[in-house]
Design a protein around this ligand. Sequence first.
Ligand code: NAD
Length: 360
Amino acid sequence: MPDAFPHLDYKPKLPRRLDRGIGIVGAGGIVNYAHLPAYKRAGFKVVAITDKNREAADKTARDHGIPRVCATVEELLANREVEIVDIAVYPAAQAEIVAKAAAAGKHMLCQKPFADEYSKALRNVELAAKANVKIAVNQQMRWDAGIRCARLLIDQCWLGAPTYGSIQVHCNTNWSMWPWIYAGKRLEVMFHSIHYIDSLRYLLGEPASVFTSGSRAPGETTSAETKTLTIWEYESGLQVLIDVCHSTWTDDAYATFRLEGSEGVIKGTIGLMYNYPTGRPDTLEFMSNKNPGYWFAARLDSMWIPDAFVGPMASLMRAVEEDTEPETSGRDNLRTLQIVFAEYRSMAEKRAVRPREIVD
Ligand SMILES: NC(=O)c1ccc[n+]([C@@H]2O[C@H](COP(=O)([O-])OP(=O)(O)OC[C@H]3O[C@@H](n4cnc5c(N)ncnc54)[C@H](O)[C@@H]3O)[C@@H](O)[C@H]2O)c1
């Protein structure tokens, strides 16, 4: 029976010690408009930064009051004050930095996608285990208010047995923020829907098989997919739909999620996707079949960017403190990546693919 007064304490749980030294690799967009504002709000201590582009590192250090700019990753890793390395570079460059950080005995927060090949992700996880360091992956949508509240409601029995889940996002994405993604061969699933994949796993568990159709709008110059329709099937009969289009030209863009179950319904909007990267707070409504027709609504006051970015770092710091696994650990992320690569195999082979088919 769901409690008449659901407990929606959705803000990230902070570690006891906030002052573990963070060293950042990569001074690009996401570090400037998401990581650093989030860490400032949480009270985390950033002690150093490096970037291949020295000017970018200098400017970020100036703008955010970071005391040290390192010329190389090696110099940053040699700094004893750095306990956690926060990596935010291009996915193809991440594995080499992970290997160096593991050898230096540093814990790591890696950006999503954790790797551009499944075998590299597996190797990262093995390296970290051998070096006895922790890896968390920055799948921060799990801490986005609407998603975290949905999970709290599920845990408090508002949904019953899940029967249907969907995330539908039709927006107009400005790819000039990421020319390197637009120039690549994999786009929508690898860089965007990976958040929905990770969040839906978090809410509903692991699908048995996935089917994805990927396409582009007329006139798009990328050779990758910018719109996808995906269906997940579960052994229980639960079905999931992920429907994403980044080239909507109309003025009625939308970003919604919906979960239906034997006992209730949860639905909401993903505020960030209405005006990236400024966004707006999520909305959330839910109803139990014990009180049909009575919809409850939560007023959510935090934003995906930057507030949700506290979550993965806080979870990593707590894992270090308590010697546990971070919530979005590298090992957990292997399951998210299996679905990502299963969806690409599905697009290529035009068939439903079991995520477990994706092995080394
Ligand atoms: N919501 C999210 O989680 C989210 C949003 C946007 C981007 N990202 C991810 O963050 C990462 C960075 O994206 P961005 O938008 O900041 O890109 P960006 O192009 O703005 O910045 C990347 C920075 O990394 C630096 N860099 C690249 N290789 C390096 C290396 N080997 N050593 C040191 N510095 C290096 C570049 O010089 C550049 O300054 C990507 O993996 C992307 O997928 C995540």
